[in-house]
Design a protein around this ligand. Structure first.
Ligand code: S3P
Length: 429
């Protein structure tokens, strides 16, 4: 699907971003192994989260949801999953594959996990190696480095493990396996990554100790089901934050967005560039903080994005690059080599596609260097099948002179099914 975008005269309005993708996956997976029913409001209906539901249903979990309203999930307890008669297909979703690999390693049955061409090319040794150290039997292509993964579930033991990269998917996979291991698992990260799994497990009654790392032990009791309202996805809201901060006549309110500190790096980065962003009505939805975020037209200046900020805004870096193109001066993004291992090589694809729109942007092994150019020029560009790139290019189109055509625009439905509708709603021509 191609979408044609022109810069609107004004960007105005209030929208609710879709439910947070990371929290939706976890709400389904963790409640699937709790004992009893949970109600999940604002579950995200993008293709990635639907892949998680499909896999859980194939594992015998009862889930009642037609894509609207409250999702109800009936957990059968920690040992309530059943062997799937078929291969489990995670589609495009790395979170589905990695979290389920951790969960399935501790079951008493056999599972096979696969995905689409993009997911089958992504690295799995980061979960397979530590899971094997816990006693898991996992085979896969390239010695277990690439899907499909075949998992012969069985008994596990706790380990002490230092993650080589800050990755919430790895941390969560190992935490799930730790629920089935003998003894404690101690996980140490080079920098803090998103902590939704820990928050949710604690709220479900699992004792998780912090301090020098994360300590997870198999619980003495079954997990308590956790009903929740999923906060709006800050990674989706980020597209409108950048659009509003850069557009000369904009004011956008993003209602009920998750502002967990392990995810809110985009707010810090944009505010540091001079964006007018205010958080209103800060409150808690269960164990997660949310706020209404108001963003207005601003003049941005270049910045440096590195270190512990990177895991706090890793998925927002492509759209932050658009803000950098339209800021004054130079922006440097470094220590972000993980971007190459996402749904596309996001350093290569972001540089390639933004250049088509007149950006002055240079590829680095672990990031990009961007010179502010004052304005972008509409042109033809493509998503490479990557949802975040499709939406990044749409935002670039909203801010560029002339007409922009985004090929592969349908990729946005992986994480933001209503994206194009919201774009129309916020734009006045
Ligand atoms: C996610 C963690 C991040 C992020 C991804 C979602 C999660 O990946 O990029 O979109 O839900 O745990 P890594 O754990 O590989 O950094």
């Amino acid at each position: 699907m191609r979408k044609t975008i022109r810069s609107p005269r004004r960007l105005r309005g209030s929208i609710e971003a879709p439910g947070d993708k990371s929290i939706s996956h976890r709400a389904a997976i963790l409640n699937a192994i709790a004992e009893g029913e949970a109600a999940v409001e604002s579950f995200q209906g993008g293709a990635d989260c639907l892949a998680t539901l499909r896999c859980l249903r194939a594992l015998g979990v009862k889930i009642d949801w037609d894509g609207q309203g409250t999702l109800r999930i009936q957990g059968g307890g920690r040992f309530g999953l059943r062997e799937s008669a078929d291969v489990l297909n995670a589609g495009n979703s790395g979170t589905t594959m990695r979290l389920l690999a951790g969960l399935l390693a501790g079951q008493s049955f056999f599972s096979v996990l696969t995905g689409d061409a993009s997911l089958r090319s992504r690295p799995m040794e980061r979960v397979v190696e530590p899971l094997r150290a816990m006693g898991a039997r996992i085979q896969g292509r390239a010695g277990g480095a690439r899907p499909p993964l075949a998992i012969e579930g069985g008994s596990l033991r706790g380990i002490r493990y230092r993650l080589p990269v800050a990755s919430a998917q790895v941390k969560s996979a190992l935490s799930l396996a730790a629920l089935y291991g003998e003894g404690e698992t101690l996980l140490e990260e080079p920098a803090p990554s998103r902590d939704h799994t820990e928050r949710m497990l604690r709220a479900m009654g699992v004792e998780i100790l912090g301090g020098d790392g994360l300590r997870v032990s198999p619980p003495q009791r079954e997990l308590t089901p956790l009903s929740l309202r999923v906060p709006g996805d800050i990674s989706a809201a980020a597209f409108w934050m950048v659009a509003a901060a850069v557009h000369p006549d904009a004011e956008i309110r993003l209602a009920g967005v998750g502002v967990n500190p392990s995810r809110s790096g985009i707010i810090d980065a944009l505010a540091g560039m001079g964006a007018s962003i205010t958080l209103e009505e800060e409150r808690m939805w269960g164990c997660e903080p949310v706020a209404d975020i108001v963003v207005r037209s601003s003049s941005l200046r270049g910045t440096v994005v590195e270190g512990s900020l990177i895991p706090r805004l890793i998925d927002e870096l492509p759209v932050l690059a658009v803000a950098a193109c339209l800021a004054e001066g130079e922006t440097i993004i470094r220590e972000a080599g993980e971007l190459r291992l996402k749904e596309s090589d996001r350093i290569r694809t972001t540089v390639l596609e933004l250049r088509r729109l007149g950006a002055s942007i240079e590829e680095q092994p672990d990031g990009m260097v961007i010179q502010g150019v004052g304005c972008l020029k509409g042109g033809a560009c493509g998503s490479h099948g990557d949802h975040r790139l499709a939406m990044t290019l749409a935002v670039a189109g909203l801010l560029a002179q002339g007409e922009t055509v985004v090929r592969g625009a349908e990729a946005s439905s992986i994480s933001y099914p209503g994206f194009w509708h919201h774009l129309e709603e916020l734009s006045s021509y």
